[in-house]
Design a protein around this ligand. Structure first.
Ligand code: NAD
Ligand code: DAU
Length: 350
């Protein structure tokens, strides 16, 4: 079986490629990624020579690249993660999000439809990896798969657009699309433009910890390994045309989470002159359109497919912070060039 994973050099993608390459030695994993600022082959160094892992550099927005990979590698199924993924960047440059997330997804759906037309008897799957952010913000209770779409950022609007197209390709053309909606991920190889690695690395260097607004916003956290296992189960056993929420019932206010990261650093770096790291917290101008709370009801995937998260947040978070401390070279390399330009644009105006 030839499985195309798009965005396999990014945070979740590289963790998923590693997981699939190791779990399915008889399958060929074709990792298709354009290596934008967020894609990094260093994330895959330990598996670059595995015989069932092929890396192809290509852009999901370029039809020729997409058709080339389907034909060149006889793609049987797709797990689609490639995207522009950072909300703050989407506020600065929304068009890039529309192009990659909407038009790129459309190009992939079209190629899958075309390529699988002649082999309908085979089991094909197009797993569209979406987000809980398409549901907007929720004051009480949790998002179910039937919650209405109400995206509030250009990022979530572009992911919603991709989901609608994926749904339409299933309803109109019978493409075997399954969509997942996952909550906030954390773990190794996450770019430090996102909350947890940004706070851990800034604190380590004695830089300010920029908490947006009053830090009252709530996110529902899941370890990336638990997300990868969920994607695998949905890929193997999910029903085409269906959608599945993925989450661990692990809600934290941002300010409490940042304080927790600081406390972990106080423990791991007892001799640091920055202790107590929480003194570095600074409340800054809020993110425009900032969703107050996400909360995922993942009972469908648990009940129907038997998935459950294994990580305890306290342990997963500690292990993650330790990973950033143990990999200073990785962090330094991903925080050069484009990262610094973006950091200045996003934070100097706050
Ligand atoms: P990421 O930004 O770390 O990685 C995105 C990857 O996509 C990068 O490797 C990048 O090079 C690649 N890419 C971007 N544009 C491309 C293009 N035009 N052609 C080919 N490759 C391209 O993102 P992530 O956090 O790993 O998220 C992966 C997916 O999971 C996204 O679709 C995101 O919406 C979804 N998701 C993320 C989270 C989260 O908490 N990070 C939660 C739920 C869902
Ligand atoms: O919910 C799933 C989504 O989670 C994914 O779809 C997105 O791809 C992913 O980026 C993530 O989006 P968030 O906006 O929730 O993640 P981020 O890490 O950017 O921010 C988490 C929270 O922390 C959010 O409330 C904003 C806040 N924040 C973030 C940064 C970067 C701060 O207070 N300060 C910061 O510097």
């Amino acid at each position: 079986m030839n499985i195309l994973i798009t965005g396999g050099a990014g945070f979740i993608g590289s963790n998923l490629v590693r997981y699939m390459v190791k779990k399915y030695p008889a399958c060929r994993i074709i990792n298709f990624d354009n290596l934008t600022y967020a894609g990094n082959l260093e994330n895959l160094k330990d598996i670059e020579n595995e015989p069932n892992h092929v890396f192809v550099r290509g852009d999901i927005c370029v039809k020729g690249h997409v058709q080339g990979v389907f034909e060149g590698y006889s793609i049987d199924s797709v797990i689609h993660l490639a995207a522009e993924s950072h909300v703050d960047r989407s506020i600065l440059v929304p068009e890039e999000f529309l192009k990659t997330n909407v038009l790129g997804t459309h190009a992939l759906l079209g190629a899958a439809l075309e390529y699988w037309r002649t082999s309908r008897d085979k089991r094909h799957v197009f797993l569209n990896v979406s987000t809980d952010e398409v549901y907007g913000s929720i004051a009480d209770g949790s998002f179910s798969e039937d919650s209405p779409y109400a995206p509030n950022s250009p990022y979530s609007a572009s992911k919603a657009g991709a989901d609608h197209l994926a749904r339409a390709f299933n309803k109109t053309y019978g493409l075997p699309v399954i969509t997942t909606h996952c909550s906030n991920n954390y773990g190794p190889y996450q770019l430090p433009e996102k909350l947890i690695p940004l706070m851990a690395l800034n604190a380590l260097e004695g830089k300010e910890l920029p908490v947006y607004g009053e830090g009252e916003n709530v996110r529902d956290w899941l370890h990336v390994d638990d997300h990868c296992k969920a994607l695998d189960i949905v890929f193997q056993k999910g029903r085409p045309g269906e959608t599945y929420n993925i989450g661990a019932n692990c809600e934290w206010k941002n300010i409490d989470l940042v304080k927790k990261i600081c406390a972990i650093l106080d423990l791991l770096r007892p001799d640091s002159p920055r202790r107590p790291h929480a003194n570095l917290i600074k409340f800054v101008k809020d993110r425009p359109g900032h969703d107050l709370r996400y909360s995922i009801d993942s009972s469908r995937i648990r009940r129907e497919l038997g998935w459950e998260p294994l990580y305890l947040f306290e342990e997963g978070l500690k292990e993650t912070v330790r990973w950033y401390l143990d990999n200073p070279g990785w962090s330094a390399r991903v925080r050069s060039g484009d990262y610094m330009d973006y950091y200045e644009k996003n934070y100097l105006r706050r």
